[in-house]
Design a protein around this ligand. Structure first.
Ligand SMILES: Nc1ncnc2c1ncn2[C@@H]1O[C@H](COP(=O)(O)OP(=O)(O)OP(=O)(O)O)[C@@H](O)[C@H]1O
Ligand SMILES: [Mg+2]
Length: 472
């Protein structure tokens, strides 16, 4: 019985291993194809290497058996091209002129095996069965990973590192009781996701969750956005409007980038926290609001307090509960699961059937230090998902700066000079732009900053350069 089950499994595994046979000798193609078909493998044969490559490019094969000496294209060139088109394909080269040296050369160049003519079909079937087992094990692992992925999510936030499990734990505990929470961490680490999770798990989840990006507006507009205004209170205030605090009354207000607020706004926020009271701009009337407040920042607010840029009392009120979301370089063990999560997301979005990354592409991702954190990783996977023309993302689909990694730190070698920070920033941005071949969107992603920030910076540098020229 167990033998029966085993052979059933083997037959199923063979069925899912499509093989392409290419040889300039039509009889050889016919013989091999018939034999392998009988053994249960789906086979296509051709005498034209170009046609075989075309098929590989379309992604239909797992294994290609190729003759080493073909007049139209020699087997080693065929091997290179196949691996270029689809690095996930296994190529078995077949030759009538076997030598150990040529076998080693072929394996070094990426061939899976090297067999001699006349073909020993038992050996060939054994090699193919081994591969079929590898593939079925892999798909089993993928199934398990898929299940695991479902279990390593907290409210849509993927993470299995101890640092993230701590974040999830704290968020779960805090969500039911908080009135003010401070979420800190570097850009793109997932602060907004944590804020949304806090709201969803809070008793006011059915109420509104209103977001205000404090760095996007000048002071007067920010105040009016938060607290509302009455008609005529400033130029352009043509009607009376409630602000976010009133809009989200009963729910949650998320103040993003709170470190960017002016002392004036900070004073007003302190009042909201103390008394849960607001005044619309231009109105003496004091209104009560019942809101939960989540603030986020990627700045070191303690340092900002020390330099006097952030109010100490506001900081202490806000940070009585602080959730710190660690950057990706502090939790590299989360990278594989995040990659899988984004692969699934973008495979679906672009209607592809991406299975994973080649081993060398995985290594490149693990070596990178992700200054733009999860957002940068998401961008990398989403653009690779667009360019990948096989089921596996390869190094060539990754942005150029990852393929040729920049030094992690400025080497304190001969070229090092104690430059002002502004200068270092300028040089760094220029280098990244060069690596991205002038593509500003990609450069901004790499730098982990918004596109508008990059444009602003470039405009400022142009102005400075022009002014310097005029000065000469
Ligand atoms: N752990 C995670 N699992 C899944 N997606 C994540 C995770 N962390 C971040 N993301 C995704 O990365 C992107 C950036 O996350 P988010 O906006 O929460 O970062 P942030 O810390 O608020 O960044 P910033 O400081 O720049 O505002 C979003 O698209 C988000 O969905
Ligand atoms: Mg954010």
């Amino acid at each position: 019985m167990s033998v029966m089950v085993e052979s059933d499994t083997a037959i199923t595994a063979r069925k899912s291993l499509p093989v392409c046979v290419v040889d300039d000798d039509a009889d050889q193609v016919e013989l091999t194809a018939t034999r392998l078909e009988k053994a249960g493998f789906p086979v296509t044969g051709t005498t034209d290497p170009q046609e075989a490559l075309q098929r590989v490019r379309m992604g239909g094969y797992r294994v290609v058996l190729a003759d080493l000496k073909m007049p139209a294209m020699d087997g080693l060139t065929f091997l290179d091209k196949t691996l270029e088109y689809d690095p996930g394909t296994y190529v078995i080269l077949i030759t009538g002129y076997y030598s150990v040296d040529s076998a080693i050369e072929a394996i070094k160049r990426g061939a899976y095996d090297y067999l001699c003519k006349p073909l020993d079909f038992l050996r060939l079937e054994k090699a193919l069965d081994d591969l079929a087992t590898v593939f079925s094990q892999r798909s089993e692992v993928r199934g398990l990973e898929e299940k695991l992925l479902q279990n390593v999510q907290f409210e849509g936030i993927v993470g299995r590192s101890p640092a993230m499990l701590e974040v999830f734990d704290l968020a779960r505990k805090v969500a039911r009781h908080y009135s003010n929470v401070l979420v800190t961490g570097p850009t793109g680490a997932g602060k907004e996701l944590v804020a949304r999770a806090l709201h969803r798990l809070s008793p006011v989840a059915q109420e509104r969750f209103a977001i205000c990006n404090c760095s996007a507006l000048v002071d007067t507009l920010l105040e009016s956005q938060l607290f509302g205004h009455v008609r005529g209170s400033f130029t352009g205030a043509s009607d009376t409007r409630p602000g976010l605090f009133e809009y989200a009354n009963g729910g949650t207000v998320f103040l993003d980038e709170i470190g960017e607020t002016s002392p004036q706004v900070q004073a007003k926020l302190l009042r909201v926290i103390h008394n849960r009271e607001i005044q619309r701009v231009g109105s003496p009337e004091v209104r009560k609001v019942d809101v939960r407040l989540i603030a986020a920042t990627n700045r070191d607010l303690r340092a900002e307090v020390l330099t006097g840029r952030f109010r100490e009392d506001l900081f202490y009120r806000l940070s009585s509960i602080e959730i710190r979301v660690p950057g990706l370089s502090e939790r590299p063990e989360d990278i594989p699961m995040l990659v899988q999560h984004f692969l699934k997301k973008y495979s679906q979005a672009y209607g592809k059937r991406l299975q994973g990354l080649t081993r060398r592409a995985q290594l490149v991702l693990l070596r990178h230090d992700w200054p733009g954190n999860v957002r940068e990783l998401e961008n990398v996977i989403s653009s690779a998902a667009i360019t990948a023309n096989t089921d596996f993302i390869d190094v060539g689909d990754l942005p150029p700066h990852l393929q040729k990694p920049l030094g992690r730190t400025v080497p304190a070698g001969e070229n090092w000079r104690p430059l002002p920070l502004d200068e270092v920033r300028k040089i760094h941005i220029q280098r990244v732009l060069e690596l991205c071949k002038g593509n500003r969107v990609r450069a901004a992603q790499t730098l982990g900053i918004g596109r508008t920030s990059l444009y602003r910076f470039l405009k400022r540098s142009e102005k400075k350069a022009a002014a310097a020229k005029e000065g000469v």
